[in-house]
Design a protein around this ligand. Structure first.
Ligand SMILES: Nc1ncnc2c1ncn2[C@@H]1O[C@H](COP(=O)(O)OP(=O)(O)OP(=O)(O)O)[C@@H](O)[C@H]1O
Length: 328
């Protein structure tokens, strides 16, 4: 088997945060005798990602995702354990590795605000020692894939959020990295821009056989791009496996959608499970898997049903429940 593109072995990070009581006395005490609190942001997390794999990295706020990504890209040093990317220690920040990885953070920007995108690209080309003719060729190719050709000469501050994120991606990929770490790459984007970014990442991965580890609050991103997910909660690994497996194993309910011949008050459905939505004659329920057959038979017998479908519940619902309960 080929060596993993990304490897975490018992990876851990503890932050020491100085604590200060409020007020002047607290400030004085803080100078004389500092108190520290330990935050175990990542605790003995292990996983391996094969070259070309796309993995969704999930966890509620504060779970330790960004901290893990920072360790894997060499921005911070692990307190314990080992990180390897393309068999190298990212914290050593060797040029041979840096040329092959990128970290895209949806809430940070690298493009220079007042200059045209092209100028920032020139800077990146120089940093990565890409001859400008080659950089121009790559820019044209990536800009076409991202459909942002027309904005490259505009100052970054004039771009819409969606255009800016696409330009950020272009800049982050100019050196054609083989391993991409993406932290909320679609954060705040409208639905069309989200879709475009997703499509682009898929195309980039197919064209260059890249490996992707990505976090997103939008489950549509994860569903569209990743078959495998790694879930962390309070710094610990909770699940590593197929996305569908997560749903099958941890969603004890199915989604039942009904279309009735006439509207019925929501209260009539409460006995069957959780009523998610009632809109006129359309009803959406979450029904316990064990009770499903009985519930469906009852619904069909009791109401005038035009259409009834049973599906897996939306991923958002399942993940939300797992995070809320820390239940994997
Ligand atoms: N530099 C730091 N110093 C102290 N504590 C930190 C630091 N960076 C992160 N933390 C803490 O570590 C924990 C994990 O944070 P992290 O940003 O990795 O979570 P996350 O899963 O990325 O969350 P989010 O989705 O909200 O970004 C949190 O409790 C956070 O407050």
């Amino acid at each position: 088997m080929a060596a993993p593109a990304v490897l975490a072995e018992q990876l851990s990070k503890t932050f020491l945060v100085a604590e200060k009581d409020p007020g002047f006395a607290g400030t004085l005490r803080h100078f004389v005798r500092r108190r520290y609190r330990r935050i175990e942001a990542v605790r003995r997390v292990s996983f391996a990602i094969a070259p070309g794999e796309v993995v969704g990295f999930l966890g509620p706020n504060g779970a330790g995702k960004t901290t893990t990504l920072k360790m894997l890209t060499g921005l911070i040093q692990p307190t314990a354990g080992r990180a390897r990317v393309l068999e190298r220690d990212p914290y050593r920040r060797e040029a041979a590795l840096l040329r092959n990885l990128t970290l895209v953070m949806g809430n940070k920007q690298q493009l220079i605000w007042d200059l045209p995108v092209l100028d920032s690209l020139r800077v990146n080309a120089a940093v990565y020692e890409i001859p400008w003719a080659e950089a121009e060729r790559r820019t044209a190719e990536l800009a076409a894939m991202l459909e942002v050709e027309e904005v490259l000469r505009q100052p970054v501050r004039k771009l819409s959020l969606g255009q800016r994120m696409k330009a950020e991606l272009l800049a982050s990929l100019l050196h054609r990295p083989r391993v991409l770490f993406l932290d909320e790459p679609t954060l705040g984007l409208d639905v069309n821009a989200q879709l475009a970014v997703r499509r682009f990442l898929k195309a980039y991965r197919e064209r260059y056989g890249a490996t992707l580890l990505l976090t997103s609050h939008y489950m549509a991103d994860i569903e569209a791009l990743a078959e495998r997910v790694i879930v962390i909660h309070e710094g610990r690994l909770l699940y590593d496996g197929w996305l569908r497996g997560l749903v099958e194993r941890y969603a004890p309910f199915k989604e039942v959608r009904l279309e009735l011949t006439a509207p019925v008050p929501a209260g009539a459905f409460e006995r069957y499970g959780r009523v998610e939505e009632v809109q006129g004659s359309r009803v959406r329920l979450l029904v316990d898997k064990g009770a499903l057959t009985g519930v469906v038979a009852d619904l069909l017998g009791r109401f005038e049903v035009r259409d009834l479908t049973v599906d897996e519940p939306p991923l958002e619902e399942v993940i939300g429940r797992i995070f809320a309960e820390g239940a994997v």
